[in-house]
Each structure stands twice: as structure tokens, then as C-alpha cells.
Design a protein around this ligand. Sequence first.
Ligand SMILES: C[S@@+](CC[C@H](N)C(=O)[O-])C[C@H]1O[C@@H](n2cnc3c(N)ncnc32)[C@H](O)[C@@H]1O
Length: 362
Amino acid sequence: MSEGPTSRELTLSFSVGLAKSEAFPLLLRELTDGLHRLGIEAQLVAGGAVVHRGSSIGSVTEREDGGSVRLTWQSAPWSDSAPLKIALQCSGEGTGSRITLEVQGCERPIGDGGPELLGWLATSFLAPALHSLAPSTFGDWLTDRRARRPAGPWSEETYRDPKFHWPNFLLILDRLPLGREDRLLEVGCGGGAFLRRALESGCSAVAIDHSPEMVRTARSLNRTAVEGGRADIREGEADRLPVPDEEFSCVVSTGAFGFFPDPEAVLREMHRALRPGGRLAIFSATSALRGTPACPEPMASRTHFYDDEELREMAARAGFASVEVEQPTLRRYAEEAGIPPEAMALFEGGGGAQLLLARRPS
Ligand SMILES: C[S@@+](CC[C@H](N)C(=O)[O-])C[C@H]1O[C@@H](n2cnc3c(N)ncnc32)[C@H](O)[C@@H]1O
């Protein structure tokens, strides 16, 4: 913050190891996605609008593809202060880039350039920034980014074709054969790879994920089925499934159950979504995989593992019948999926994989 007669200026700058031509578009994409998660829809193009919960809060006054975007952030309806001016710039620095954020006029909505501005800076801006640097916050961020709410180029590419999840997918489809008459609901669909394979049966499907980036990836991977009306991929939470009662003949979830904060609420939702007699299959990992390459830190300590009995009881309490939980061996499916021999040990023997099968009573 620098003292100035008319406007205080906030400047923040950091360097990244990416050439400017790569860094700038990626920054704008990540920023757009990050704002979306916070309820702000921003079109970071010249003249683009910024909308927060349905109300316009700003606009893009200038965008240079070479590396800068300037925005004005409207004043609050209760304030007659001038809009904030925000500039985001990316400039080349050696083989990498330097990103700079400049904000002018932070004191305006507060109406005080002294202690109140300092209070805002410390509590609303710096404290969350320092919190983001705490070790456990990095662990939470990495867990979300890679698995619990995947986002970013690595996850988008990985979950389009998650090589090491294919044995799980093949097992599920073996135990829960699908046909043209089936209407499938998948919960936690990631990049839509299981969905794509399931649709080969001729079934129709709805898939849900709470990561907007995964929804986008799954829609692009299943474009033909989505455009043909045979698949619908929706952003939503597993414990509040955005689907009507009793619509589905089967529900599947794979690789997601251990991340649900309230698994019983999810099971009740799955039960609600199933027709009477409908089938359920949930694939997850047991605690034997905690800390292995299949479930490394920081994910491992942020994943819930359930023993078979616990899972059986939860499903029964949610109203399911014919509940079976097993720890199948995946070797056969790993061979079929083309897992390389050096990684085969991960799929040998039982004890790591856990499969719950159940039915909604007729
Ligand atoms: C490890 S990924 C597995 C993705 C995919 N099923 C697969 O096996 O490749 C877990 C997925 O579950 C989703 N997920 C986790 N918790 C969720 C929740 N509460 N509601 C909806 N989706 C959730 C994540 O966003 C992520 O896409």
C-alpha cells in the first residue's frame, strides 16, 4: 500500500516458471474457474461482464492478449464512491513470467484510508492469504485439485482417461451389467470415462459431479451422447442430488465415496433416486491403500475409509436391501485394462478394493 493523496494502491506480484504465452491464458482460465466456484461469473474478454449472484458487479475495460486485463469493479449500491480499478498483468521474466495485480481505490467503499483500510487489508485480504499458505491448507488444496474436486490441466487430462481406474470400471460393469432399458445415475463422475464406457450398453444416463471443471470435461468426452439426449451431466452435490425421485434403475459411484463428508446422506439420496428394485454399486478403497501410490498423501489423511461392516450398516440404515460388501481381486480386470506389468502389484490379491452392491427394496 502506498500513501497517495487521492487513491491508495495495492500491488501484488509473483513469478511463475511458465512462458508468458502459456501463463497468461492459463491464468485467465484458472481465474475464471476459481471465481465461478465463489459464485462470480466473469467473462475476461474486452467488454466482458462480471456477475455475482445474478447482479452485475464489474466489467472488463481492456484486454490485451499479449498479457493484460483491466477491470472496473462497481461501487456497492449503498456507496457513492468511484469504482475500483483492477489491473492484472503478465510480463516475460527470463524463461518464466511475472504476474502483477494492481488495485486502486480499496479505501473507497470503506470510506477511510487509515485504520479501517488497514483493518480491511489485515483481516479480509492478508489473513486469508496467509491462511492459504498454511501446510494443512496446501494439503486441502492439493486434495481438492487432484481428487476431491479436481480442476486444472493435469486433472482434466488425467480424468478423461484415468488409466488406473479402468480395472474398477470393468469390475463394476461386470457385476452390474447394463442394458438398453437401464437408466443410470453416476455420482462423482469425474471426467466421464466410466460414463462413456457405460453408455456403450445402450443405456441412458445422468452423471453428477461437484467440480465444474470435471462436468465440462465429462461433457466434452461424451459430447455425442449429450447432444443426442442420451446423457446429461450436471453440476451438483452428492448429498443433494439434482434429480427427481425414483428415476433410475441403477446408481453407480466409483472413487468418490471416501470424500463424502456425510456418506449416509448420500446413500439416502441414492435410495431416493432409485426406482423400487433399482440396483446400487459403490466402489471405494479400503484403508489398506492408505499412503500407497493408489492413495498417497495428502489425499490419504483426507479420505474416509470404512470397514465392510460399517458400509453394510450404513447402506441398510439408508433403506437398502440385499446389501453385500466384498473386497474383490482386480487382477483380471487390470489385465483387460492393459495395466503395465510393473504396476500390476497394485491390483493383485484382495484387500484394497471394496465393492458394495445393494438394491432398493421392490
Ligand atoms: C477421485 S475422483 C474419481 C472420478 C471418477 N469417478 C473416476 O473414477 O475416474 C472423485 C470425483 O468425485 C467428485 N466428488 C467428490 N465429492 C463429491 C460430492 N460431494 N458431490 C459430487 N461430486 C463429488 C469429485 O469432484 C471427483 O470428480
